[in-house]
Ligand binder design. Structure first.
Ligand SMILES: Cc1cc2nc3c(=O)[nH]c(=O)nc-3n(C[C@H](O)[C@H](O)[C@H](O)COP(=O)(O)OP(=O)(O)OC[C@H]3O[C@@H](n4cnc5c(N)ncnc54)[C@H](O)[C@@H]3O)c2cc1C
Length: 484
């Protein structure tokens, strides 16, 4: 029997994943009157957008801000009146030292270190955008190394007294860790300096929040998607495409779920995260993806970031404080040891739309380790950490919530970054947006493509991009991967 006779359902397009990319794709297809089915592995839509109601507010375990005030997504959110007038602040407030003293992030000393980092990164962006050679960047130079070199040059020029120099070093180390969270990587020494400028934001980065949580965007986009088309708890196991299907069929793709449901379609839109693709691409695609695509999937980075959210009955801090940032500590023997993962916490920001919630960030090994610790225990340890750094007793939170993006087998991390390995392999996020195949059913005019994050010239790791890509699908004969 013809293999394609063994299908359970027939549609035009299958969308794998119901995060913002998948839901935006479905909304686009819905509007175009095109037949489609979305298969989502989890029991909810949103993917890395995960707003959890807490009292009268919402906490975000994943994406929180609309970055950039221009572009399709910003326009859509404004048109639908989804945005709040509140803007968040990340990594600001009090910089806490392990001797119990605090430096305000607004002091000259902290601002000076910040400026060195800001100017260095700005130079890197200019280098990428204008391909300027004056910066003389070596191959495989990492962003971390370049920052460190410029900072040391700055320190040498300042010739500060030892205590000042030490404070500047602590602020620099904190900033590096903050960048680690911001770029979802284990270390800034992994990221390619040459390709740093690929990251771009549409308009000004304003950290704008949503009135009813980020999920309101997904719910608005999904308004016209019927439950018959949206299949939750339906993980896709395999995608057979191109010449593995008999040429006499008009369909080009056979998608099979883990429950064994086989859906025959003309195209598939795959929106799994890069972390998921790293794990499953070899098993999922038949035939396998072309070598250059595999190479990009393998060499692009996909680190881990998690949030630790603490809710109190009332704030124990002054209302003017926007956050508590932890300057990396030099172990003081008289203090009780805290678990190793606490040393990966960058700090805690006061949630801008809720005065008694702190949002903490953790990355790298610590972010992986904390996923195995019960939330109440996490609450206890971070209270000890804050008490130590504040040099006073801090109350326990009423609730502690943590994200577990790494152990979620349908996410497997935070978001992607461009490593120095990508340079040697000659791949980047844009590799995934190039046409890769031109043979479907003996019809060479129909191309098959993987489309990557850099299809759009904007912020490549955020939801903005996933959305924009799908607003630009030129026709539906394309095989698309987004947010990789
Ligand atoms: C902690 C954190 C904070 C962030 N902060 C921001 C922020 O402030 N602003 C911002 O713009 N971005 C932020 N991001 C990034 C943003 O969340 C993502 O870029 C965006 O949500 C990605 O959307 P997506 O639809 O492309 O992928 P995803 O959200 O990963 O959606 C993919 C979907 O596919 C499903 N799936 C996976 N495998 C299968 C399978 N085999 N079968 C069926 N379904 C499958 C998954 O369950 C998931 O629902 C943050 C991310 C994290 C983790």
């Amino acid at each position: 029997m013809d293999q394609t006779d063994e299908y359970d359902e027939r549609t035009k397009i299958v969308i794998v994943g119901a995060g913002i990319a998948g839901i935006a794709a479905a909304a686009t297809l819905q509007e175009a009157g095109c037949d489609y089915i979305i298969c989502e592995a989890q029991d909810r839509i949103g993917g890395r957008i995960f707003s959890v109601p807490v009292g009268e507010t919402c906490i975000e375990l994943g994406a929180q801000y609309l970055h950039g005030d221009e572009g399709d997504l910003a326009e859509y959110c404004r048109a639908k009146n989804l945005l709040s007038r509140i803007f968040g602040t990340d990594g600001e407030g009090l910089l806490l030292r392990d001797n119990g003293c605090a430096i305000s992030s607004g002091t000259v000393l902290a601002c000076d270190v910040n400026d060195v980092i800001h100017d260095t990164l700005h130079n890197c962006e200019q280098f990428y955008r204008h391909k300027e050679t004056e910066y003389d960047i070596a191959n495989n130079e990492s962003v971390g190394n370049y920052l460190r070199k410029n900072f040391e040059k700055y320190l040498a020029e300042c010739n500060d007294p030892a205590p000042i120099r030490k404070m500047k070093e602590e602020v620099f180390d904190f900033k590096m860790r903050y960048l680690q969270v911001d770029n979802s990587c284990d270390s800034m020494y992994e990221l390619s300096l040459k390709l740093w400028g690929k990251y771009e934001i549409a308009g000004r980065d304003k950290y704008q929040m949503f009135k009813q949580g980020y999920i309101s965007l997904l719910n608005t986009l999904a308004e016209d998607i019927s439950s018959e088309k949206l299949r939750l708890n339906s993980p896709v196991k395999s995608i057979r495409w191109l010449d593995t299907l008999p040429t006499r069929t008009t369909a080009t793709v056979l998608v099979e779920t883990r429950q064994g449901k086989r859906i025959l379609a003309d195209a598939v839109i795959v929106t799994c995260s890069l972390g998921v693709l790293k794990h499953v691409h070899e098993k999922m695609f038949d035939p396998p993806l072309p070598r250059i695509m595999k190479c990009a999937i393998e060499n692009l980075g996909f680190g881990v970031v998690n949030k630790i959210i603490l809710r109190y009955d009332a704030p124990w801090w002054y209302s003017s404080v926007t956050g508590f940032q932890i300057l990396p500590s030099h172990y003081r023997p008289e203090m009780p040891q805290l678990p190793e993962w606490t040393s990966y916490i960058t700090g805690f920001d006061v949630l801008a739309n809720h005065t008694s919630i702190l949002v903490g960030w953790i990355s790298g090994e610590g972010a992986r380790a904390v996923e195995h610790v019960p939330e109440a225990t996490i609450g206890m340890y971070v209270t000890s950490l804050l008490s130590r750094y504040m040099n006073r007793s801090i109350p326990l939170p009423v609730d502690c919530y943590t994200s577990t993006w790494f152990s979620n087998e349908y996410i497997r991390g935070g978001y992607c970054n461009i490593t120095t390995n990508c340079e040697a392999a000659n791949v980047s996020t844009s590799t995934l947006s190039e046409p890769i195949w031109a043979k479907v059913k003996d019809d060479s005019s129909v191309q098959v493509r993987l489309l990557g994050e850099t299809l759009s010239k904007i912020d490549f790791f955020c939801s903005l991009l996933s959305f924009t890509i799908l607003q630009r699908i030129p026709n539906y004969q394309y095989f698309i991967i987004t947010d990789v």
